[in-house]
Write a protein that binds this ligand. Structure first.
Ligand code: DGY
Length: 335
């Protein structure tokens, strides 16, 4: 009798816009007809639009803008965009939802790594660590200086958290538990856990600016937070204060921050995010001794990046199967 063969199911087509850790990529490559952009720099826009044509799913990075043009270029079969990041301001969520394209992100696994980086920037800026390193490397260190390199104290000071979500809470925990700081925060919602366990006090933005010794940004980038740290905000901060941003660059206005640092409205800043990224080398902030800048590396630890890859793969594969996403940004509202 002739053997009947089961019809061959074709694998879904996906494009992954950069190599991500094998913890997620291996499964994507095994289960999909996957093309992975191999270069260290992102695909140029025209190449990206070409590559995603006909794809059922795309793994994006925060450097890829997934807007209506992107979705048109992919075509109507596009079912899922899996963002390799917790932030998803690079994706037009309303447009994706309108087209029933499911969007996933990668929360939780990078919470501690990001809070660690925020604290590292805080202490580096407060204690002038990178400035000191430049001093050593520039062969300027001639003696121990009783009046040199004076920074600001941390113990018992006040931290102001803008956005008391998971990462804001983790940062506040470090500041409270390790350095006995008072915690102020502003958020659209009260955070009962922070109030109960950290004694955090929810205050108006202006109060937070005026009373905090350190201000750390942990809110997402949206229409209400873009440019919230502008000249007016920096002028309300203490001259001894330190500003930290590990969230998204457009939340602070670069030119205003540069002026605040140059004219000593604030003491120092620590940034893991800039606008644009990378920050142009001739941007005044780059050469300011009281500004510490890292190249958006808060989630760059082994467990965070592996965790992000696992979730990104889970989200992608679930979305291709039209199964609920593990971390679902635009989960349909139950009727
Ligand atoms: C994110 O996930 O949104 C970070 O900015 C990069 O890890």
């Amino acid at each position: 009798m002739a053997e009947t063969k089961a019809p061959k199911m074709s694998k879904p087509r996906v494009f992954v816009t950069r190599r991500i850790p094998a913890a997620g990529l291996d499964r994507i490559e095994a289960q999909c007809e996957a093309e992975v952009w191999p270069e260290p720099l992102p695909p140029p826009r025209d190449v990206l639009l070409e590559k995603i044509a006909g794809c059922d799913g795309v793994v994006t990075l925060l450097t890829d803008r997934a807007d209506a043009e992107f979705m048109n270029a992919a075509g109507p079969q596009l079912r899922v965009i899996s963002n390799f990041a917790v932030g998803y301001n690079n994706i037009d969520i309303a447009e994706a939802t309108r087209r029933t394209i499911w969007v996933g992100n990668t929360p939780d696994v990078l919470t501690d790594a990001t809070a660690d980086m925020a604290f590292a920037l805080l202490i580096a800026a407060a204690r002038r660590i990178t400035e000191g390193q430049d001093y050593v490397r520039g062969n300027a260190w001639k003696t121990w200086e009783p009046l040199g390199h004076i920074g600001v104290d941390l113990l018992g000071r006040t931290i102001g958290i803008v956005g008391m979500g998971r990462i804001g809470y983790a940062m506040a925990t470090r500041c409270r538990g390790g350095w006995g700081m008072q915690v102020l925060y502003c958020d659209t919602q009260p955070n009962e856990k922070a109030e109960q366990f950290l004694g955090a006090q929810r205050v108006e933005f202006d109060t937070l600016l005026a009373q905090s010794d350190f201000v750390s940004v942990h809110t997402d980038l949206n229409d209400t937070t873009i440019g919230m740290f502008d000249e007016a905000a920096f002028r309300k901060m203490k001259p001894t204060s330190v500003f930290v941003n590990t969230s998204r660059g457009p939340i602070h206005r670069h030119a205003d921050l540069a002026r605040a640092l140059r004219e000593h409205w604030i003491f120092a800043a620590g940034l893991d995010v800039t606008d644009p990224e990378p920050i142009p080398i001739d941007d005044p902030l780059v050469s300011m001794p009281n500004c510490v800048i890292a190249p958006h590396i808060a989630s760059a630890t082994i467990s965070s990046r592996n965790g992000m890859a696992e979730i990104a793969a889970d989200n992608l594969l679930a979305g291709l199967d039209r199964q609920p996403l593990r971390c679902w940004v635009n989960r349909p509202v139950e009727e």
